[in-house]
Design a protein. Sequence first.
Length: 405
Amino acid sequence: MFKDWNFDEIIDRNGTAAMKWDPGVLTAIFGTGKENLLPLWVADMDFKSPTVVRQAMEKRLAHQIYGYSLIDPSYFPALISWYQRRHQWRIDEKWILTTPGIVPAINYIVQCFSNPGDKIIIQPPVYYPFARAIQNNGRRILENPLKIVGDHYQMDFADLENKAKDPRVKAAILCSPHNPVGRVWTREELETFGNICIKNNVLIVSDEIHCDLILPGFKHTCFPTISETFAQNAITGIAASKTFNLAGLQQSSVIIPNTGLRQALFNYIENLGFANSIGGTLFGAISAAAAYDGAEPWLDDLLVYLQDNFTYFKTYMETQLPGVTVYDLQGTYLAWVDFRNIGLDDKKMTTILEEDAHVALDHGEWFGENGIGFERFNLACPRSILTKAAEAVVSAIKNHTANHP
Ligand SMILES: Cc1ncc(COP(=O)(O)O)c(C=O)c1O
């Protein structure tokens, strides 16, 4: 088969308003004078999207009328077929509510299914917009922290049992696969998690945006496929945006088999005033459909490239910096690195990374208190960029340690 992609290609994203590379955003997040950091932070990829995506958009673009549009009808069968093929999940079209992103969807869900003062469970260290969605809407965070057991993270089910009993708990947000720790939860782990929530009437919000980014040797289980009871008690967020690098197109969906929950959220979103009660965009739906239908070989190659990036990164970091642990990556393209054993406090570490190594990373503390001392590296970039960043980090840390024995 002819391959028209090359993940080694370096593409200049400057001047495209790419959030990850934008000097203004880098300065705003990391501080004055940080506009030139090499960015391995926000979770998008420095790779071109598949050609089929561009072709589908160009075809529609040529029409030159971009008036009020429904979600392109190709989106639904393409999504349904993808989930059937890749995840053995039979989605009924009527279960799909389109949304302009998973983060907006989580905010709507929080607003729709809880009241101010209610509690929502999250499992830190975890993707920080979950905490913001809860707090910004006047709800309370109830943490069920993940724990490190041996060389990997696990859920703390005893703690979850205790906390889920609280009658003020209305929902639990599951990150599956988990950003930032890179776990692909096993079916057994999901069963235990789901059973505890359901027994206590806690709605499960399963964010599965990374579910297509599963490294060789691991298997993702879509939460609602576990049983009919699980399906009836869950709202699952999915998108093609992480998989095919389409996040700027603002297209995602939530899948809700339960009619009552679906109707409630539909009414809620309609009251927010989206055109035709539909979230998403003209080009978002077209691009997702094209990718689902035509870019499977691209994704399969991407996963091999990401695996190789990870193998290089883990080996290099752990051999160059004894005491540093790079957690095994099962899913996502985000490596979670424990720097706690190298004897530098968190603030010093940030200074070294930004002022000496000149890299922009997601700092562990953003993901919760148990993220302090960790850094998250985005590996979805050409190997030469990753190598440059890893070498800069290693050399900056070694310099510091040599000068401050
Ligand atoms: C777990 C998780 N959920 C949601 C998002 C973002 O979703 P969206 O861009 O659809 O709002 C991300 C992006 O990094 C993520 O990691």
